[in-house]
Structure formats: structure tokens, C-alpha cells
Design a protein around this ligand. Sequence first.
Ligand code: AMP
Ligand code: MN
Ligand code: MN
Length: 365
Amino acid sequence: MTPASPQRPAFHEFLARHRHFLLTTHVNPDGDGLGSEVALALWLQAQGKTVRVLNDSVVPTAYVFLTQDQQMEVFEPELAEQRFADADALIVLDTSNRQRIGRLSPLLDRHAIPVAVVDHHVSHAHGFGHVNVIEPEASATGEILYDLIREAGGTLTPAIAEALYIALMTDTGSFRFSNTDSHAHRMAAELLALGLDPQRLHAQVHSHASAARLRFFGEVLSGLELHDGGRVVVLEAGPEQFQRHGLQGSDTEGLVDMPRNIAGVDAVALFSEVEPGKVKVSLRSTGRVAIDQVCSRLGGGGHIHAAGVLLRGTRAEARARIVPEVERLIAELPAATDGLASSAHAGAAPDAAARPGARARGGAA
Ligand code: AMP
Ligand code: MN
Ligand code: MN
């Protein structure tokens, strides 16, 4: 069980006090952001509330099945003004960083709307809402919602269960990353007991790869560089490659996780320059080093073992700001006590909390 945020009661009061809700999540939403939106929308609607969901970005193909009964709107300036004007309250899911809600963020300055945040990221852990339920030890935002729904005596309908399962499954890397614990498995067991088909849900999310995407992965992986005596892997993808394969920034999902399998690797950095001059950095630790601060210091953020930041400039400039910092963290590690330490694979979800406990388990084990 994750330690409950002291703000959980305030969140329940927040829900009780308002009738017309607007929900949103971070840019380039993932299974946790979208699953959390759908689950919360269904639960609030079951209580007779009206709910709108408005995101900065479109729902990726892999998650369209999840959102069939819930209208997911994409930011348009006039639409956003209207939705903010119509709502009594805004709930932000799966990010506690105001910038990460993208083009919705400036509307917060113009509309005096009460805001609640539900999230599990370690960076920006104070939140920007009037109520902030931020629990960095939770595997997924969906796990916090599961607790909130149950402690309020809510009913987990099959549709809510499916949305929460997708949130948990995707943020734990299908129950294999370091944030997977007994609470996550108990939650999964209870959801499955409601009649979900885990194989179908896994296939729905993961069977959307195109041949072009695999060729692109192959190309980027074949350019893989090893640094710092094999402890740091660097991958690069340039605008020409994205264009030639007809891909977007979100198509790199999963790529940065692959080199973590290489024995002895402590960290992987992927530098994706989707448009010239805009480099998206994705950073992963295999468990020994906490890399979130490398990104949060530059304006990004994430979790202890999985973080990111968007940098302006060339890929070479981005590398020069990130790689030496990662190497410095590795150099500061105490000497390994056994041969396993440097190849420990604690794992880290693309968007999953790495728990302090998990760090100890996966780290100097
Ligand atoms: P990614 O490498 O995009 O899979 O992201 C890994 C983790 O870092 C996720 O938890 C993201 O929410 C977080 N993250 C990625 N990019 C940013 C950013 N620009 N600002 C803050 N957090 C980010
Ligand atoms: Mn998440
Ligand atoms: Mn997320």
C-alpha cells in the first residue's frame, strides 16, 4: 500500500463540492494519463457529475480503444476557452508540473478555476493545484485513483477496471519494472477478478507497431554508442530519420528501454531531434543511479529511474549537457560490493515511479 497523501480527504471534498469537471493530463499522453482520465470520468459521471476531457495532444492509436465511450477533446484555442469557462473545477492527472499540460497551462492564468492534481511523479512533488494528491511511491496515477475510488465506497465497473488496469499495466512495463510491488499485483488481481481479459488488453496496447517504426529502431540501435567503459549508452535520432520513416516524436516510445539489457549498463540516454533545433532527451537508469535531477535541473523531470527534458539547440549541445552529468553520478557511486551491482536491472517505467525501496532492491543488491 502506498502511504496515503494527507490531501486525500481534501480531494474527496473537492469532488463533492463541484459538479462540472474538466480533466486533463500531460502532453503526449500515455496509458496512465489516459486510463486515469477515463476511469475518473466514468466514476464522476456515475455520481451524476458532468465531465469533459481536454488534452494538449491527440490520443495515440494504441489507446483509442480505451476512449471509445469517452469523448477526448484536443486543444483548440476557442474550445479550450469554452471548456474552462463551463467547468467548476479542473483535475490534472499524471503530472504535477504545470508546463506539462502544454497549451492548457496559460489558461490557468486567465480563469480562476479551482485545480486538483493527482500524480505520482517525484519532480514538482508540491504540485500546482489547490489540492495536490501526489504519491511518488505509487506505481501509476491509476493506482492512486483505485485507492481513492475504493476509499470513497465507489463501484469499480468493468469499464473503470479496464481503464485502471491499462494505467497500471503500462506504467509498470507490464508488471516488470522496479515500481511493481504487492499493492500493484493485488490491484491487478482485483481488477482481473471483475472479468478483464489481460491478454486482450495487452495486445490492444502493444500490437500497433509499423514496419517503418521497427526499421527506424533498427537504424537508431545500430548507431548505439557505449561510453564510460560501457556504463552509459547513447542513442541519437535526427530529423531526417523521423521524416524518412514517416514517424513522430511519440514513435520512440520503448526505444530507450532496449539497451538496458546490455550487461554492465547503468544509464541510457536517447537524444531525439524530431524537428531541427528541438531535442527530446529520454534518460533511463538501470537502478544504481538516480537520474531525475539531471533532467529537472534543466527544466524537465520524471522519476528516479526514468526522466526526460526538452532542450533547444543541437544534439551535440544536448549531449554535452547530459552525458557528463550522468557520468559524474556514476563516478560518485560507492564501489560495487559484488559483481552483480553494475549489471543490476531494476528497470524503470517510461512513466513510472521508482520507489526508494525499489531503488535499494534494484541497486546495490
Ligand atoms: P520519456 O523519456 O518521455 O518516456 O519520459 C520519462 C519520464 O520523464 C516520464 O515520467 C515523463 O513524464 C518524464 N518527462 C519526460 N519529458 C519530460 C519533460 N520535458 N518535463 C518533465 N518531465 C518529463
Ligand atoms: Mn504515470
Ligand atoms: Mn504519464
